[in-house]
Design a binder for this molecule. Structure first.
Ligand SMILES: C[S@@+](CC[C@H](N)C(=O)[O-])C[C@H]1O[C@@H](n2cnc3c(N)ncnc32)[C@H](O)[C@@H]1O
Length: 227
């Protein structure tokens, strides 16, 4: 859907994407035990009206909700205050988003198609550099699929991913889970289908190279302490 149309929708009182969290947001909790959630920094890219951002804040995460629509972010703040939690918001375009600081989790659902193909390598690289050691990427992208037609409300600034594309950006990370699926949708009140890919990847601190580096670091420390 075009971002102007979404902005118009977000100016209405009701929550277009509803206020219950998306199923994927609950999956994040599986990877981060309850006692480790407090103060973990999570960025929700394309947060819309904030249903998932608010869910994460209620679970104890420190949340930054990013979206190109100020009206969506205002509703996200309103929902947060209704639920008595705090979230930060940032009005930014994913195509030139500069992350204000390092985070533990990058979460994005329903928005990565607005990242123009020519900007993808650069922006995914930036997101990786801004993810802390041991951090997670939980990403959902609409993909090309031979059995699924382009959605009737697909906007001119939206670009599908290739079927193997999303996995390629985090390929040197630990892929904890990834799957492709087709689902029904009725956005814009026209029933249609989408194909999508989900990836949950971890910036693994324990790789063979990191172990070798750690080994030499410890050896040099012990030599240094004896001199
Ligand atoms: C399908 S909605 C998903 C909203 C939210 N993630 C959810 O699941 O409720 C896509 C969101 O992407 C936002 N968006 C569109 N273009 C964007 C861009 N270039 N940069 C950042 N966000 C964008 C829209 O404003 C919209 O809120």
């Amino acid at each position: 859907m075009d971002k102007d149309k979404l902005q118009e929708i977000y100016l209405k009182e009701e929550y277009y994407w509803r206020t219950e969290p998306n199923e994927l947001s609950r999956k994040v909790l599986k990877y981060i035990p309850e006692d480790q959630r407090k103060e973990r920094k999570l960025v929700d890219i394309g947060a819309g009206e904030g249903r998932d951002s608010v869910f994460f804040a209620k679970e104890g995460f420190e949340v930054l909700a990013v979206d190109i629509s100020p009206a969506g972010l205002m509703k996200a703040e309103k929902l947060a205050s209704k639920e008595k939690v705090a979230i930060k918001t940032l009005d930014a375009d994913i195509n030139d988003l500069i992350m204000p600081k390092e985070v533990d989790i990058i979460y994005s659902i329903g928005t990565l198609q607005y990242l123009h193909p020519q900007n993808r390598n650069r922006q995914f690289q930036h997101l990786k550099e801004k993810t802390r050691d041991g951090g997670l990427h939980i990403l959902f992208a609409f993909i090309e699929h031979p059995e699924v037609e382009i959605a009737p409300d697909w906007g001119k600034n939206e670009y599908l991913y290739g079927r193997e594309e999303l996995q390629s950006y985090d390929k040197e990370w630990d892929i904890l889970d990834t799957y492709e699926y087709i689902f029904d949708c009725s956005s814009s009140s026209i029933p249609h289908r989408h194909a999508a890919r989900v990836i949950i990847a971890k910036y693994g601190s324990v790789t063979p190279i990191s172990l070798i580096k750690k080994f030499f670091f410890v050896i040099s420390l012990s030599i240094f302490s004896k001199t």
